[in-house]
Design a protein around this ligand. Structure first.
Ligand SMILES: N[C@@H](CCC(=O)N[C@@H](CS)C(=O)NCC(=O)O)C(=O)O
Length: 201
């Protein structure tokens, strides 16, 4: 199996870390959807990462769909989500908010980096920032009730989303506003699988 995409993408990083937790051997090709556009396009015409090339050569994208497939492959490996029931639903809700936080932070990065300064639209940026803060507030409240294992899908996704936000839009997100999120992330980032899968890797 081949995982395509750079680890500065929170979606790629959540898959890469989960694959290590699940013990799934794979090759990682850290191609950029921007500077390696043609190479990614040759593998996946949608030019989206993460892209997984399966052992049989099929091309699968979207981190959530990739993880659903990988969890089936690794049926006997450590489980990275709770058993069906209330705990699983909580994990799904937390994961959905963490993914929304990734989407909103990525939108800010794209607006700032890909549009010329004079074409940036402040009302759009204001809206996205409002959504981003609402998302993190919801997650902070949820973690104060019950924080997930930092090596579960919910824990991995929250931690990569928060590290991404801290690195890419630090002016928008203050760690002191979201202490439970920051604490879970600090714990996660100390784990060997996180250390072996750095954003800059
Ligand atoms: N929902 C997707 C989002 C993936 C995504 O948007 N990846 C970005 C990189 S961070 C990408 O492929 N950007 C290129 C583009 O959208 O053109 C997932 O969970 O994998």
């Amino acid at each position: 199996m081949i995982l395509i995409g750079m680890l500065d993408s929170p979606y790629v990083r959540r898959v890469a870390i989960s694959m290590k937790v699940l013990g799934l051997e794979h090759e990682h090709r850290p191609l950029s959807v921007f500077s390696d556009f043609d190479q990614v396009q040759a593998i996946n015409p949608a030019v989206k990462v993460p892209t997984l090339v399966t052992g049989g050569g099929q091309v699968l994208m979207d981190s959530t769909l990739i993880l659903a497939y990988l969890e089936e492959l690794a049926a006997h490996a450590p489980r990275i989500r709770p058993e069906p029931g209330p705990a699983r639903l909580r994990a799904l809700c937390q994961t959905s908010y963490a993914l929304a936080a990734c989407d909103k932070a990525v939108q800010i990065v794209y607006e700032r980096r890909l549009r010329p300064q004079e074409k940036q639209h402040q009302p759009w940026l204001d809206r996205v920032q409002l959504q981003l803060h609402g998302t993190w507030r919801q997650l902070e409240a949820s973690l104060r009730e019950e924080a997930p294992d930092c090596l579960s899908i919910a824990g991995i996704t929250i931690a990569v989303a928060w590290s991404f936000a801290q690195q890419m839009v630090p002016d928008v997100m203050a760690a002191s506003d979201y202490p439970a999120v920051a604490a879970l992330t600090a714990l996660a980032e100390r784990q060997p699988v996180f250390l072996a899968t750095p954003m800059a890797g």
